[in-house]
Design a protein around this ligand. Sequence first.
Ligand code: PXG
Length: 482
Amino acid sequence: MATDIVAAGVLAPVREVDTPGAETLELQRLDAAHYLHPFTDHGALRGSGPRIMVRGEGIYLWDSEGRRVIDGMSGLWCVNVGYGRAGITDAVAQQMQQLPFYNSFFNTTNVPAVRLAARLAELAPERVEHVFFTSSGSEANDTAVRMVWRYWQIMGQPRRQAIISRRNAYHGSTIAGASLGGMAGMHAQGALPIPGFHHIEQPHFAELGRGMSEAQFGLVAARWLEEKILELGPENVAAFIGEPVQGAGGVIIPPATYWPEIQRICDRYGILLVSDEVICGFGRLGAWFGCELMGIRPDLIPFAKGVTSGYVPLGGVLVGSRVADALIERGGDFNHGFTYSGHPVACAAALENIRILVEEKLVERVAQETGPYLKAAFGALAAHPLVGHAESLGMAAGLNLVRRKGATVHDCVAFPRELAVGMVCRAHMFGNGVIMRAVGDRMIVAPPLVMSCVQIDEMVARIHYCLDLTLDDVRRRGWLGE
Ligand code: PXG
């Protein structure tokens, strides 16, 4: 089967490189000697040597050995308009020449920051008219936390400090971001979460919904929030934060009943709702913001990544009228900000990026054309013997590698965790022209929004081919338990 796809010409063969060239080897040596990578086992990386990406165009990347690969992860959930956009590089170059930097403290501002703030207010949901800029998603979430606490002080309820999040959420790597996040591996490496951050279970139907319909499970999962609020005392609870669809946690798409019930519970207890749109924002799910699809009205919307398609770092928090009115009319000084808040070059990149998203109707295209196409093509991978289930929303998709398939998602038999089958699969993908992320044994993609239906076919064919290679591999290793 695997070789048939290659033979049929669906897949261009990927050039194998046995011995990297001298420059690649030199860069790998320097990398091992000096560069500490994010979220990386440095000892292991030293053994394998990193792949060096040197060029991008559209949905493709090229490494230092000239091998082409489909960037199934949009850089890291961010290159929404694809690589090689001259409009963004021109906008950035022009702004650098005109005014590379000035701060927004002390009664000053700059043109791109003002224009971007106004543009974001147009794109944001109703009653969201203000924005606070940062340079990353982590800083955006730190800012959201500080705003939440300040809001309740202004409102005369300073005891409201507890923030509720979810297990397996990802909200960044700063102290507040990692505390908000529900990643056990991060918490285990320090005194995290810091006090005041609480976690409930995630709305993960395949993992936790046995014996229920999806709709029932959505309500049950949302009510874990209510239980936690009552346990902490509503008078102590400040906010709930969640990603509309959990990204780094594995593209976990909650049942349709989940978010409306979360909104009802937040309303009932007066709690602020924060929709972390660092991944879901700027078209990823087929809407400008994921909250629009989930039927919620968040008070704060942290964003980053897709706002500039990653060309230049930029993040921020969209601030709804409830919090903005309190901060502006009653708050006085808000003692928070970053040197690079409203960086003119980053804001210029964002303005051009948004112009491209609008001009090429990329958000509508994901909603109406490529998102549904990916859903059908990627969903069909569920027929593969190694795949338990596969789902997607917009341009974010995930499938589960299983030892044995079952009649329902709850009857599939998982591989023992320690076999790390996802990493085996990821290596096949990486070696065969497509970048996929492995989250345990869940394989995920979030390709650039410019990916066409023909390119979706190419990506899915490669994924299928690599699933075949992975199946052969795990069978050879005796891991199927047959
Ligand atoms: N919130 C969400 C929902 C994110 O996905 C952040 C906040 C933090 O953003 P910064 O810009 O500070 O990184 C993120 C980041 C992965 C992966 O492996 C995902 C992210 C970052 C690194 C790795 O999927 N998301």
